[in-house]
Design a binder for this molecule. Structure first.
Ligand code: PLP
Length: 223
C-alpha cells in the first residue's frame, strides 16, 4: 500500500466533511496498480476523461467500481461505455444525448447524465451556455429519451488564483442549478447533482453547494 495515496484520501475526505458531497477520484493517466491501491484504500468511484482508457481500466479492475465519464465524449464512442458507465458528466449537445439514449436502450439501462455548463473565463470548445442548456431541457425531443436521465450540471471554474472569481463562477452555477431544478421536471429530468470542484478549488466548490468533487492530482500527485 502506497502510504501517500491512503493519506491523501483521508485528508481530502476530512477536509470535505460533508455527507452531501461525493468524492470522485480522477484517475486519468494513472496506471491500473495505482487505481487498485486507491480501491483498496476505500475509493470505489473513479472519473476518467477518455473512453478508451476507461474501457481498458474497467476490464482490469473489480466490478463494484463506479465509472464516471468526465471528459468530452464523441457520439461514436458512447457504445463502448454504455454497458457500464455510472454517470456521464459532460453532455454538451442534444445529438450526444440522443446517442446515449440509443445505446442505453440497447443495454436495457437508464444512464444518468449531467449537462456541462461553460462557466470559466477561458475560451473552451466544450460546454453549453445557460441558454443552450435551457433549450435542451425545454425541448420536445428530450421527452422522447426514456433511457437517459438528466440529473444535474457540471462545470469547471477558471484556472486562476483569484479565489473571488472562482467563487463567483461556482455560485453562478449553483444558481443556475436551482433555477433549472425549479423550472424543469419530467420523467427523465431530476436535478440532484452539482459536479464542481477539482484539486485546486474543491473547498470553494463545496462551500458553494457542490455534490460531486472531481479530484485527481491532490490524490495521486501531478500527472
Ligand atoms: C482532470 C480533470 C479533473 C481533475 O483535475 P485535478 O486538478 O487533477 O484534480 C476534474 N475534472 C475534469 C473534467 C478533468 O478533466
Amino acid at each position: 500500500m502506497d502510504i501517500t495515496i491512503a493519506q491523501n484520501i483521508e485528508k481530502i475526505i476530512k477536509s470535505i466533511d460533508n455527507e452531501r458531497v461525493q468524492l470522485i477520484a480522477v484517475t486519468k493517466t494513472k496506471p491500473v496498480p495505482v487505481l487498485l491501491e486507491a480501491y483498496e484504500a476505500g475509493l470505489k468511484v473513479f472519473g476518467e476523461n477518455k473512453v478508451q482508457e476507461m474501457l481498458e481500466k474497467y476490464e482490469q479492475l473489480p466490478k463494484d467500481i463506479q465509472w464516471h465519464l468526465i471528459g468530452h465524449l464523441q457520439s461514436n464512442k458512447v457504445k463502448y461505455i454504455a454497458p457500464f458507465v455510472a454517470y456521464i458528466h459532460s453532455v454538451d449537445s442534444m445529438k450526444l444525448l440522443q446517442e446515449i439514449n440509443k445505446q442505453a436502450f440497447k443495454n436495457k439501462r437508464i444512464i444518468p447524465c449531467l449537462m456541462q455548463i461553460f462557466i470559466a473565463q477561458e475560451e473552451s470548445k466544450f460546454g453549453l451556455d445557460p441558454a443552450e442548456a435551457a433549450e435542451i431541457l425545454a425541448s420536445s425531443e428530450l421527452k422522447e429519451l426514456e433511457n437517459i436521465k438528466i440529473v444535474g450540471l457540471m462545470g469547471m471554474a477558471s484556472n486562476t488564483s483569484d479565489t473571488e472569481q472562482v467563487k463567483k463562477e461556482f455560485a453562478g452555477l449553483k444558481q443556475l442549478f436551482e433555477q433549472f431544478k425549479s423550472t424543469y421536471s419530467g420523467p427523465n429530468i431530476d436535478f440532484q447533482e452539482l459536479s464542481m470542484g477539482m484539486s485546486g478549488d474543491y473547498p470553494l466548490a463545496v462551500a458553494q453547494g457542490s455534490t460531486m468533487v472531481r479530484v485527481g492530482s491532490a490524490l495521486f500527485g501531478h500527472r
